[in-house]
Unconditional design. Structure first.
Length: 327
């Protein structure tokens, strides 16, 4: 095993793999007009290509894997993808980010396939606001799926909420009521500018650090960052069963602890969510005998990873929206 490390000393044991760009929601901050397929674009990686890709990353020390989309549950073979991922030597954490529309129906088979962590997008606990944000009145069903995941003993259950000024940024009291007796982690995510949402970003961006200051004033205490943790700064409070995570990409030194790489649904390696180029790996996923070449190609690109993103300069890279790269 040759652990990946860049020129800034950061290691990358964490891969986020998109398995489809398709999403069945119309979230205002991502795909407000729904998903529309691009003509002439190759389809997502096959199960065989995914298996080879994961073997390559495992050779380079990847042990934490997150399956993303679009919405991964729109793939009919999602359970097979999870089973293949769980069987990859070295993978110890298999997570998925989902909008939760199939959670209550398919949780059992996903867990049987090896899923041991899940993040569910829940941008509001207010049913009407949730419907306005996502285009779907599904909050009750999704929260039922979350309850099922907790009851089933899924080791890690987290909820993601993108902060939107004037839409859901006054919901902290409601979330605190929820966290009092729900052992979940709620991650409040600062809205990020992407290639096609500038006007929306200007209207609705709110700094996540504002919320962070508020919870600290209420006695929430910061937790030490785990070596393989994601980007959230996590907090706990003795009076609550759940935890709070803050993802603030515009904060100072946000990228200093970066430990993850991304691969798009069509097999392009992205060194950063907001990077300005992709490296096509799909040609190296056609035969098992290409493993060494794949490992060499991935390792050879890590030196091109920048020290940080350039969001503060308005440079959003080549991703038109979050669904295109897996958030």
């Amino acid at each position: 095993m040759i652990p990946l490390a860049d020129r800034y000393g950061r290691r990358f044991p964490y891969l986020r793999l998109s398995i489809t760009p398709v999403c069945n929601f119309r979230c205002t901050y991502c795909l407000p007009h729904g998903y529309h397929a691009e003509t002439g674009v190759a389809g997502p990686l096959s199960l065989e290509e995914i298996a080879r890709l994961l073997c390559g990353f495992a050779e380079l020390g990847m042990h934490k894997l997150r399956i993303t989309g679009g919405e991964p549950s729109v793939r009919h073979d999602l359970t097979d993808v999870l089973r293949t991922a769980a069987a990859t030597p070295g993978v110890t954490s298999l997570a998925m980010t989902t909008n939760g529309t199939l959670l209550s129906r398919r949780l059992g088979e996903w867990m049987d396939a090896g899923l041991n962590a899940i993040n569910v997008s829940v941008d509001s606990l207010d049913r009407a606001a949730f419907a306005r944000i996502t285009g779907h009145d599904r909050l009750d069903d999704i929260l039922h799926g979350v309850e099922m995941a907790l009851a089933a003993g899924l080791p890690a259950v987290k909820l993601n909420a993108v902060l939107l000024r004037g839409v859901n940024d006054q919901e902290l009291p409601r979330w605190l009521d929820y966290l009092r007796d729900h052992a979940v982690g709620v991650r409040f995510i600062e809205l990020m500018q992407t290639g096609d949402n500038l006007a929306f970003f200007r209207d609705h961006h709110v700094h996540a650090e504002t919320l962070e200051d508020e919870i600290c004033e209420q006695g929430w205490q910061a937790l030490p960052r785990a070596a393989d943790a994601g980007p959230a700064r996590e907090y706990r409070h003795p009076g609550y069963a759940g935890r709070i995570g803050i993802i603030a990409p515009y904060s100072k030194d946000f990228c200093a602890g970066c430990n993850r790489l991304r691969v798009t649904a069509t097999g392009d390696l992205r060194l950063c969510l907001f990077g300005e180029f992709g490296i096509p790996l799909r040609p190296l996923l056609q035969r098992d005998e290409q493993l060494d070449e794949l490992v060499s190609a991935i390792g050879g690109q890590i030196g091109r990873k920048e020290q940080g993103h350039y969001l503060h300069l308005g440079r959003t890279g080549i991703s038109p929206h979050l669904a295109s790269t897996g958030g």
